[in-house]
Design a protein around this ligand. Structure first.
Ligand code: NAP
Length: 278
């Protein structure tokens, strides 16, 4: 009765684009896909970082890793990346919109350009324009049992009601634009899921708690991984395996019918803390 369950997981032979795949969470996902046989394009601004990651992942195999240099803060940058992918591939199975940035500043002195414009451009606008530009390739040959997949890397910050006091930021710094951008990314995920369902493309968001990366390096250095895990019932921060597992699930045959969801990936950190504070 359950014989089809044997082939429920896997990305062998799939073509994936992972933005920001040269570091942090993007590299965790790119590595998981390559180790499971996918052909992965990673894309961001720093060529050396992308080259080094490609080299490391190609050594691991059995899939392959390639890179495109791209700045995704503008529509032109998103279109340029999509154009370069189109020169190489006629079909893309998976898009992971992972590139993101945050900006901490005191409430009375948040710079407009770096503090708001760049954060909203990269964390929200690029999701829309890159997904739109790659929609024809994601839709090509897609079926209701083998749909194209989009994963947006959002954050638990999109649900939190406070923007100051984070151990990831210094002193009185607040992350107003970051939380706002991730709440917007969550809603955009739902809007894109309904837009793209008729084309057989799923769109889901992963909302991580703390994972080790350049973005969290300041907090990890200051408080240690254990310090950042205080209040988390699992007593730890996220591990690359945790990220790999959810990403692989969302792009596998197992999740063909899963769309419009926000997967909170934080060992109950957010909900447990909220409960404790009520
Ligand atoms: N780490 C966490 O605890 C955590 C928790 C929740 C959500 N997230 C989210 O996870 C995603 C990845 O962040 P991370 O934590 O892995 O930090 P990270 O290592 O700093 O990764 C950010 C990535 O975005 C790329 N990027 C930055 N500006 C860009 C631009 N203008 N155009 C294209 N790419 C750009 C960076 O590459 P270049 O510098 O080469 O451009 C880098 O690879 C972000 O969306 C972040 O908000 C992280």
């Amino acid at each position: 009765m359950n014989s089809e369950a044997k082939s429920l997981f896997g990305v062998k032979g799939k073509v994936a684009v992972v933005t920001g795949g040269g570091s942090g969470i993007g590299s965790m996902i790119a590595s998981a896909f390559v180790q499971n046989g996918a052909k992965v394009y990673i894309a961001s601004r720093k060529e050396k970082q992308l080259q080094d990651m490609c080299e490391a992942l190609n050594k691991k195999g059995p899939g392959s890793c390639h890179y495109v240099v791209a700045d995704l803060t503008t529509k032109a940058g998103c279109d340029s990346l999509a154009g370069k992918i189109k020169e190489q591939e006629s079909k893309v199975h998976i898009l992971v919109n992972n590139s993101g940035a945050s900006w901490g500043a005191p409430y009375s002195n948040v710079p407009e350009k770096e503090g708001w414009d760049k954060i909203l451009s990269l964390n929200v606008k690029s999701i829309f324009y890159l997904t739109a530009a790659l929609t024809p390739l994601l839709a090509k040959d897609a079926t209701s049992f083998d749909p194209g997949r989009v994963i947006n890397i959002s954050s638990v910050a999109g649900f939190l009601s406070t923007s100051t006091g984070s151990k990831l930021a210094d002193g009185d710094m607040g992350l107003w634009s970051y939380g706002t951008s991730k709440a917007a990314a969550n809603h955009l995920t739902v809007l894109l899921s309904t837009t793209l369902a008729p084309k057989f493309i799923t769109v889901n968001a992963i909302c991580p708690g703390v994972f080790p990366s350049k973005m969290t390096a300041f907090g990890i250095k200051k408080h240690g991984e254990d310090g950042l895990a205080v209040g988390n019932p699992f007593g730890r921060i996220g591990h690359p395996r945790d990220m790999a597992g959810v990403a692989l699930f969302l792009v596998s045959p197992a999740a063909a019918y899963v769309t419009g969801n926000h997967v909170i990936l934080d060992g109950s950190g957010m909900h447990s803390r909220l409960k404790g504070n009520l």
